[in-house]
Ligand binder design. Structure first.
Ligand SMILES: CC(C)(COP(=O)(O)OP(=O)(O)OC[C@H]1O[C@@H](n2cnc3c(N)ncnc32)[C@H](O)[C@@H]1OP(=O)(O)O)[C@@H](O)C(=O)NCCC(=O)NCCSC(=O)/C=C/CCCCCCCCCCCCC(=O)O
Length: 715
């Protein structure tokens, strides 16, 4: 709703009220229409201020309403009537003015923003475009190049940048509404013709065609199959080339296509999924809102390899004092140099001073006596990690939370080395840890809710999207990934090439195919794990191990020293070790032919559809098993992990949402087909949760939690 009052004698004040972000629900839109009319009819009122309650102007259209049939007054005529008003309308922007919120402000004649406010048109991130006139007004106000940047990326700008771009007229450090009211008093009675953005001609751009061609090419490249960024470019082009009313028609036309698209549904699902994962719950019933985190004032990172360095930098950037410990003096010195550079580069990008003094460096574990939380990031070796946990338990003060950055080892085994196993959790960061948004917080059977709450809160402070998951080999992300990479190797055995598989995966929308990714992260990492598990045995090329199909291809490459980018050879060839550009490698193709001949395998033609089904559906099946096992609380957790940790294209929602879009019945049918064809791959057998969901009519992903709950209560 919206509340109306009159202040300072002649200013009508309209306050949007719809906590927490004053989204433009049907009730709010109706409230605006009614209060604007009231203000315009009140002869005492000479100008009007529109603001939002509780320090937030407006978070945009109410995204929840997009699923239902729209009711209430539509946004476009509402904003149009504000622009046409004969009394000055002033937007007082605090907190956020995003999407429809900024479009509302652009309909006003003036905009006053608080210095801490953030503005933007992030519709593209929801699979839409700013279709309440934003795509037509913004280019008229700030010019085509700047509008293209904001609308195609959806990035939020600070009040200072908004002022510089000309989006707002004034920025204040004081009370925004007071400043806006003062401003409204000063402009009362002034002519408004020059303040109606829709009447502005779009600033002229020299060589418009070249500009749009260039932008379109860049957008197509970065969109990885997403359609909204392209529609955004088309809408801005309409602003640059057509009169306002025809531009609005084009905006509407483009929006109609996007609004009902699967991509918009996927992106909007993902928006809410990101928020849902913060509301974690453990199988014990412990939850985010009933568990209090411990205070964390000082943290430590032990082990300064690539992961440890990234984690320490991310902690320092979040403003926390960090003690880093690395036993090897040479490694410590090198880490100090590299981390200082990382901090300086990060600070330069953000325009702040580098927080160099936040990190102290030591080779002595005794220096961790007074920290509140330790993140262990030593080499991925269970015996070594056990030793470290034993030492940490002896050295750290009582109550210190001990976290491991293992990417898949048993957190409970580490907890069992300590005096307080309830204070042990996994904090699984993704490389590079100071860049990647995802954090898996892993609770073992003995981890306390307080420990989980503390790790989740720390993740939030570090700007991560944290997902709480249960303890199993590989947790959620790597447990699913294993099947994806294994299937990719099987496809090579059957006749595919790394290039063919990667192309299919990249066309689906992943930033990097499975083999390119494996070359980047290093083939030796998985090899070492497989050797530890006695799965990989040098010199052996058997294709059935432990009673199931096994592909030794990766092991055979490692035996030849082909570890990927770092050695200049892997699934691809690189011009030199460390080079990033992958070239198709005739040696590898020949190697695959010899391998197939040696094992009596006949290469067959494998199409893109099969590559996608073979690589993605087993992962999805494993996702269902993870839900069934209670390792993830809901499909949103898995989807957020895959989008933010593994490059799953956001416009496909995540693996579980994607399964629901493809149709669970189809996924089930294909898995049954592949299991029949490959009975030596047990994980291809469809899991019972998937069968159950299909049996009850494939409910939408939002309803799966109920089904899982019922399933668990029957066990
Ligand atoms: C920065 C934020 C605003 C705040 O961040 P923060 O403080 O961290 O809080 P959050 O945790 O993010 O959010 C708190 C809760 O609020 C919920 N929320 C947030 N924003 C919205 C929203 N816009 N709608 C609904 N709910 C929202 C959030 O889920 C949290 O809920 P909970 O506590 O977890 O339950 C940050 O929240 C943020 O960034 N928000 C999103 C901003 C955004 O993206 N805005 C753009 C929205 S889209 C829009 O505005 C579109 C405008 C144009 C519409 C034009 C309509 C025309 C329709 C025409 C259709 C034609 C089709 C015809 C087809 C046919 O023919 O049928």
């Amino acid at each position: 709703m919206a509340q109306y009052s009159r202040i300072s004698g002649s200013v009508g004040l309209i306050t949007l009220k719809n906590p927490p972000v004053n989204a433009l629900s049907a009730a709010v839109r109706q409230g605006i229409v009614d209060t604007v009319e009231k203000a315009l009819c009140d002869p005492q009122v000479k100008s009007v201020v529109i603001c939002g309650q509780d320090g937030v102007f407006c978070g945009g259209a109410d995204v929840k309403e997009f699923e239902k049939s729209m009711s209430g007054p539509p946004l476009i005529p509402m904003i149009h009537s504000i622009e046409c008003a004969t009394k000055p309308m002033v937007a007082a922007i605090e907190g956020s003015a995003l999407g429809g919120g900024l479009e509302l402000a652009l309909g006003c004649h003036y905009r006053i923003a608080h210095s801490k406010a953030r503005l933007g048109l992030p519709e593209v991130t929801l699979g839409l475009l700013p279709a309440a006139g934003g795509s037509q007004r913004l280019p008229r106000l700030i010019g085509v190049p700047a509008a293209l940047d904001l609308i195609t990326t959806g990035r939020h700008v600070t009040a200072a940048e908004a002022l510089q771009l000309g989006i707002v007229d004034q920025v204040t450090d004081h009370k925004t509404v007071d400043a806006a009211v003062k401003f409204a008093l000063s402009v009362a009675g002034k002519p408004l013709d020059a303040r109606r953005i829709s009447t502005y001609p779009c600033p002229v751009v020299t060589d418009l065609d070249a500009l749009f061609e260039d932008v379109m090419q860049k957008v197509r490249q970065s969109a990885r199959g997403a359609i909204a960024p392209i529609a955004c470019v088309q809408a801005v082009r309409a602003a640059a080339t057509l009169p306002y009313t025809r531009g609005m028609e084009r905006e509407k036309e483009l929006m109609a296509t996007l609004f009902t698209s699967g991509q918009a549904r996927a992106l909007q699902y993902n928006f809410f999924a990101q928020r849902a994962v913060g509301k974690w719950r453990m199988p014990s019933g412990a939850r985010w809102d009933t568990s209090t985190p411990r205070p964390v004032h000082k943290v430590a990172v032990i082990g300064l390899g690539t992961m440890g360095r990234g984690i320490a930098v991310a902690l320092a950037q979040a403003g926390l004092p960090v003690v880093t410990v690395e036993a090897q003096e040479k490694q410590l010195m090198e880490a100090k140099r590299v981390m200082s550079d990382m901090l300086k580069r990060g600070a330069k990008r953000r325009g702040v001073a580098p927080p160099l003094d936040k990190i102290s460096y030591s080779s002595n574990i005794q220096d961790l006596a007074d920290v509140d939380l330790v993140i262990e990031a030593v080499f991925e070796d269970m015996d070594l990690k056990k030793k470290v946990f034993l030492q940490l338990s002896a050295v750290c003060k009582p109550g210190t939370l001990l976290c491991t950055n293992t990417s898949g080892l048993d957190v409970d085994q580490l907890a069992s080395q300590t005096r307080n196993p309830e204070l042990v959790v996994g904090m699984h960061f993704f490389a590079p840890a100071h860049v990647m948004k995802l954090l898996e917080v892993v609770y073992g059977p003995r981890s306390s809710p307080q420990a989980v709450a503390t790790a989740m809160q720390l993740g939030k402070k570090m700007g991560k999207i944290s997902v709480a998951v249960g303890n199993c080999r590989g947790f959620v992300g790597n447990r699913m990934l294993k099947l994806y990479t294994e299937q990719a190797s099987f496809l090579l055995e059957e006749g595919a090439t790394p290039d063919l598989v990667d192309r299919a995966i990249e066309e689906f929308g992943f930033p990097m195919g499975v083999f390119r990714m494996s070359d980047l992260s290093g083939l030796d990492i998985g090899w070492r794990v497989r050797k530890e598990m006695k799965l990989a045995v040098p010199g052996q090329s058997a294709r059935i191990r432990e009673g199931r199909r096994y592909s030794p291809l990766g092991d055979l490459l490692c035996e030849q020293g082909r570890f990927g980018q770092k050695t200049g050879r892997g699934w691809y060839r690189y011009n030199k070790p460390g080079d990033r550009v992958a070239h198709s490698d005739p040696w590898l193709h020949h190697f695959l032919e010899e391998y197939r001949a040696q094992h009596g395998l006949v290469a067959r033609r494998i199409d893109q559809q099969e590559i996608l089904e073979r690589c993605l559906y087993p992962m999805i099946n494993e996702g269902f098993r993870i839900l069934q096992d209670g390792i993830a609380a809901g499909p949103e957790d898995i989807d957020v992990i895959y989008v933010f940790g593994y490059g799953w294209p956001r416009h496909c929602g995540g693996p579980m949402f994607y399964a629901s879009m493809v149709g669970l019945e189809k996924v089930l049918e294909r898995l049954e087909h592949y299991y029949q064809a490959h009975p030596d791959v047990p994980y291809l057998q469809p899991c019972s949760l998937l069968r159950r969901l299909v049996a009850i009519g494939s409910p939408p992903v939002q309803k799966w939690r109920e089904v899982i709950k019922n399933l668990h209560s029957q066990l």
